[in-house]
Ligand binder design. Structure first.
Ligand SMILES: Cc1ncc(COP(=O)(O)O)c(C=O)c1O
Length: 411
């Protein structure tokens, strides 16, 4: 069956900021927000802003709204139970929370594995476990093949390995990692897997069950929503973790034991608008079935469109003398998301980006907090990479404008 194509005018009308003229190609830094998400936040604040848990009607109604949003978000990631969803301010904060809750269960001499390609959000909190006597091992980047390789993981896993922390897609290399296979190897050793899905979630439908991980985290501001984030933890594991909340909120009180104070009600409610949008787009593309089947259809169309745009950029970069693509050089295999990094001989990345700024096009330079990766690849000499990160609402025309600007900036 031929793939249904996106109606880009219709898609773009959902994102009010896109009407402003700026070409947004720093989407891996932060995506544009759906109008309907902002509307929901406003609606909640103006009509339901009461404390939850009281017996009066308005409190009951507000509680039901926040709970229904959690159910929708659980569906977005395919959680088996909505009480597996811990909401919080950011991925960095939620991974910190997870590690803090895990820490009392670890012994000196236990081991955790982090990767050299992750954003620091999924490294630092694990590295700090060394203060508790935990040994931290590092899954190194293959500097020639520019990625993580399973052969390099196997020797790191041992009888004391308790957790492996990795990214589902690199926010610099763009490559999608084989997390289900990693989960299989990690579980065979009796250990657990924590996955950072921040760079993956805007481009593929997250499936916490299929990916095999024990914990998955991402931030909504990369997925068409506000600065807010979710941590999913497999229920039987979540129940064993320490409570970080008040003494009378026990281990069994999930997810509240890991949500200190109140969650942000209005943002929780707002984020369900992402699910509505994805479901609606999938339906318009001809999907039938439940909400996940419809969302899957939307993401299939996103991936097809994004791959075409990514290939437009990558083929230009491949043909350009002196350019080195930092990641897979083709989008054809479906092995990458459209987050494309490169460096150019004799040029600082900042100089290229500042010249592109003048065209009203937002791209970005730096290490993107994957500092260990940039250092391992020796890219500090360029001041980090230039990163172009595409979302499904970008157009071929916008990419054309970018390539004209880059041509001028790199002349
Ligand atoms: C792959 C990845 N992980 C984690 C983060 C951190 O997310 P947050 O800002 O919500 O802590 C980012 C932010 O850029 C990211 O790209």
């Amino acid at each position: 069956m031929p793939m249904a194509t996106l109606d880009l005018a219709r898609i773009r009308s959902e994102f009010p900021a896109l009407a402003g003229g700026t070409v947004f190609l720093d989407n891996a830094g932060g995506s544009q927000v759906l109008g309907r998400v902002a509307d929901r936040v406003r609606d909640y604040l103006l009509h339901d802003n009461v404390q939850l848990g009281a017996s009066y009607r308005a409190s009951q109604q507000a509680g039901e709204r926040v709970l229904s949003a959690r159910r929708a978000i659980a569906d977005l990631v395919h959680a088996a139970h909505d009480d597996e969803i811990v909401m919080g301010p950011s991925t960095t904060a939620l991974i910190g929370t997870l590690v803090e809750a895990i820490r009392p269960g670890l012994q000196p001499g236990d081991e955790v594995i982090v990767t050299e390609t992750d954003h620091e959000a999924n490294i630092g909190a694990w590295v700090r476990l060394a203060e508790a006597g935990v040994t931290v091992r590092v899954w190194r980047v293959d500097v020639d093949r520019l990625g993580l390789h399973l052969d390099d993981l196997d020797p790191l896993i041992g009888p004391r390995t308790k957790w492996v922390a990795m990214t589902q897609a690199s926010n610099v290399l763009g490559s999608i990692n084989p997390v289900a296979e990693v989960a299989r190897r990690v579980h065979a050793a009796g250990a657990r897997l924590c996955v950072d899905a921040v760079a993956y979630a805007p481009h593929r439908l997250v499936d916490v069950q299929a990916c095999g991980a024990d914990a998955v985290v991402f931030s909504f501001y990369k997925v068409f929503g506000p600065h807010y984030a979710l941590l999913w933890v497999r229920r039987e594991l979540l129940l064993t973790l320490a409570s970080l909340n008040h003494f009378f909120i026990g281990r069994e009180v999930i997810p509240y034991k890991l949500q200190r104070g109140n969650v942000n009600y209005e943002l929780s409610y707002g984020c369900a608008g992402i699910v509505d949008y994805l479901t609606e787009v999938g339906t318009e593309l001809g999907a039938v079935g439940d909400a996940r089947a419809r969302m899957q259809k939307a993401f299939d169309a996103f991936a097809q469109h994004e791959d075409a745009l990514a290939e437009q950029v990558l083929s230009w970069l491949r043909d350009r003398p002196g350019v080195r693509i930092i990641g897979l050089s083709s989008a054809a295999t479906g092995a990458r998301v459209p987050t494309i990094s490169f460096v150019a001989a004799g040029l600082m990345s900042e100089a290229i980006v500042r010249r592109v700024d003048a065209h009203g096009i937002g791209i970005r330079f730096g290490d993107f907090y994957a500092r260990r990766l940039i250092e391992a690849l020796g890219l500090q000499v360029h001041g980090g990479v230039v990163r172009i990160s595409i979302a499904h609402y970008n157009t071929a025309d916008e990419i054309g404008r970018l390539l004209v600007a880059l041509d001028e900036a790199m002349a």
